[in-house]
Ligand binder design. Structure first.
Ligand SMILES: [Zn+2]
Length: 265
């Protein structure tokens, strides 16, 4: 596994110097010498999986080459993840603040900064999984993007001749990311080994909690304030959340989530 720190954008005028100054003013310690933009502030570290070294017992091979996946990330994901969300510059304030809040909670609780992992193979639990989260044995929180599935989603949107293709895709990335952060905030996956597949009971309980948070803090402003259309499944989750009176403890909500996840077990 090759580990690389995020690099600052090339086209900007010394963004790293400016933000480093702001950063020092804020009195927060820079971790591991990553003095680059808001990333240092939020302490996000990115890793790319090397497909040839991926543990294929736990994974399903990607139809895309490593080069294609890297190019795709640079063209369609880097800006939203690195320059906007992780830099504290995302243009929807509710989500920008929620991201910062969760990052702070995670850092305070676990004393570690988020690792962002780009997986170059599908998840063996299901080829439909777009992102995942958990903790390393050292309790470092990790969010994974399953790049082949992310690319499939992009292709599907493109084939529909979606007029706001990039915008729709960005919402998919942001909402997936925020949902995984909700899991980490709730401490889901702590103490579990990598590749652990939970029972339907355990999965349903965690997902009902996490999706309630995602519906409340991410989907509600997107839909009700900004009138943004959520991607397919997420729209279904939000509609059911509303139908259940936005009540995470309601039986209907728990049952809806359980029914949804039944197919994965
Ligand atoms: Zn989830």
């Amino acid at each position: 596994m090759k580990e690389s720190f995020l690099k600052p954008g090339k086209n900007k005028k010394h963004p790293e110097k400016q933000s480093r100054r702001d950063f020092l003013k804020s009195g927060v310690k820079i971790i591991g010498g990553i003095g680059i933009g808001g990333l240092a502030f939020f302490g996000v570290k990115k890793l790319w999986e090397d497909q040839s070294k991926a543990n294929l017992k736990d994974r399903i091979t990607s139809p895309y080459t490593d080069a294609e996946m890297h190019l795709f990330y640079d063209a369609h994901m880097k800006k939203i993840i690195e320059d906007e969300l992780s830099a504290g510059k995302y243009n929807i304030p509710e989500i920008r603040d929620r991201y910062a809040e969760i990052m702070k909670i995670i850092a305070d609780k676990h004393g570690a900064h988020l690792k962002l992992k780009m997986c170059t193979t599908y998840n063996k639990a299901s080829k439909d999984i777009i992102a995942g989260s958990g903790f390393t044995p050292e309790n470092v929180p990790v969010v994974e993007f399953i790049i082949p599935k992310v690319m499939d989603e992009y292709k599907e949107l493109a084939q529909k001749n979606e007029p706001n293709l990039e915008e729709r895709f960005q919402i998919l990335v942001v909402t997936s990311f925020m949902h995984e952060l909700d899991h980490l905030k709730l401490g889901h996956g702590l103490g579990k080994v990598r590749g652990y597949i939970s029972s339907l009971d355990e999965l349903s309980k965690d997902e009902a909690e996490a999706w309630a948070e995602t519906c409340r803090y991410t989907f509600t402003p997107l839909v009700e304030k900004y009138h943004i259309q959520l991607p397919g499944t997420k729209n279904e989750f939000f509609n059911n959340w509303v139908k259940c009176g936005k009540d995470a403890s309601s039986l209907e909500w728990k049952n809806f989530i359980r029914e949804f996840y039944k197919a994965t077990r």
